[in-house]
Ligand binder design. Structure first.
Ligand code: FE2
Length: 310
């Protein structure tokens, strides 16, 4: 197994203002499957090609945003080792263990707060309830897909103040690599970091800005540019709040469109991007080229895209 340690983003837990409007959005528009509701009123979802029980969790709250993001690690031994290293590090605060079963079909989780103020979790076990096509002689995609129908939850982009500390935690403790970065000014201050734990251009990204614990978007993978265009059609047809796109990012080369759920949480669906290997040099963008770095076609920044967060 070449990918070890932290394997991938496993879940994102979001706050929404109106649960039924949100469920409609995440099932009928985005196209996830609702898998269960628990006694706390949380709703759990998964995308059609995901094996594990769930990947998206919604709860009703007075304020939109992200509660936490979870990472699947390869084993209990890795979970214990990384928890020990995080507990011993000043970079991780508010560390705690959450008992198995608190998330349905999921083992114990180690929770910690990173220097940008976001809550992260590690876990080693979640029941494999299977993807929609199965694993024996599968069809390429299942019948009955709705909405944009991404194959999986892919990454989050998060805003926070102590970018240096968060990048150090992810690279030095969790074993991530810096695939791309944006630097600003004569001192080349790092203002954005795109971090990978796998073969992807990013599994999580962070932007430096003054406030702690802000959520920019969670992103879901589509199969092609044509599916991104179809997502744009769905956004118009269903009168969803469009943010930006369809376009291409210079950073990661992904083909993308952004929109908002009814509570104002930004979603992305995207396709493409490159394959990352551990010997690939870090790509650096300078802030004078931020336009094409973010929106390759327009080559211009969009203030709302940069400043609207939950
Ligand atoms: Fe993204």
């Amino acid at each position: 197994m070449a990918i070890t340690g932290v394997l991938r983003p496993g879940h994102v837990a979001l706050r929404v203002l109106d649960l039924e409007q949100a469920v409609h959005h995440y099932t009928e528009i985005l196209g996830l499957a609702e898998v269960m509701r628990d006694a706390q009123g949380r709703v759990f979802f998964k995308a059609w090609d995901e094996a594990d029980h769930h990947s998206v969790v919604l709860r009703k709250a007075d304020e939109a945003g992200m509660d936490y993001m979870g990472w699947r690690v390869d084993s209990d031994a890795t979970l214990d080792r990384l928890a020990g290293e995080l507990e011993a590090s000043p970079l991780a605060t508010e560390t705690s263990w959450i008992a198995a079963g608190e998330h349905p079909h999921t083992g114990r989780r180690f929770r910690f707060t990173i220097p940008t103020g976001h809550v992260m979790e590690l876990y080693a076990h979640r029941d494999v309830t299977g993807c929609a096509t199965g694993y024996l002689n599968p069809e390429p995609w299942p019948d009955g897909l709705r909405g944009m129908a991404p194959s999986r939850f892919d990454h989050c982009l998060l805003y926070g103040d102590d970018l240096d500390g968060t990048v150090e935690l992810f690279t030095k403790i969790l074993g991530f690599n810096l695939a791309e970065q944006v630097v600003a000014g004569p001192d080349k201050l790092q203002i954005a970091a795109f971090l990978t734990c796998s073969n992807k251009a990013h599994d999580v990204a962070f932007i430096r800005q003054p406030m702690k614990n802000k959520f920019h978007h969670c992103s879901f993978l589509l199969g092609s540019w044509n599916e991104v265009l179809k997502a744009a059609d769905i956004i118009s047809k269903k009168k969803v709040s469009l943010d930006l796109g369809p376009t291409r990012h210079g950073i990661t080369r992904g083909e993308t469109i952004y929109f908002f759920d009814p509570s104002g949480n930004r979603n992305e669906v995207f396709s493409g991007g490159y394959i990352w290997y551990p010997d690939k040099p870090t790509i650096t963008w300078t802030d004078d080229q931020l336009g094409p770095a973010i929106f390759y076609h327009d080559r211009k920044l969009n203030e709302a895209f940069l400043s609207v967060v939950t």
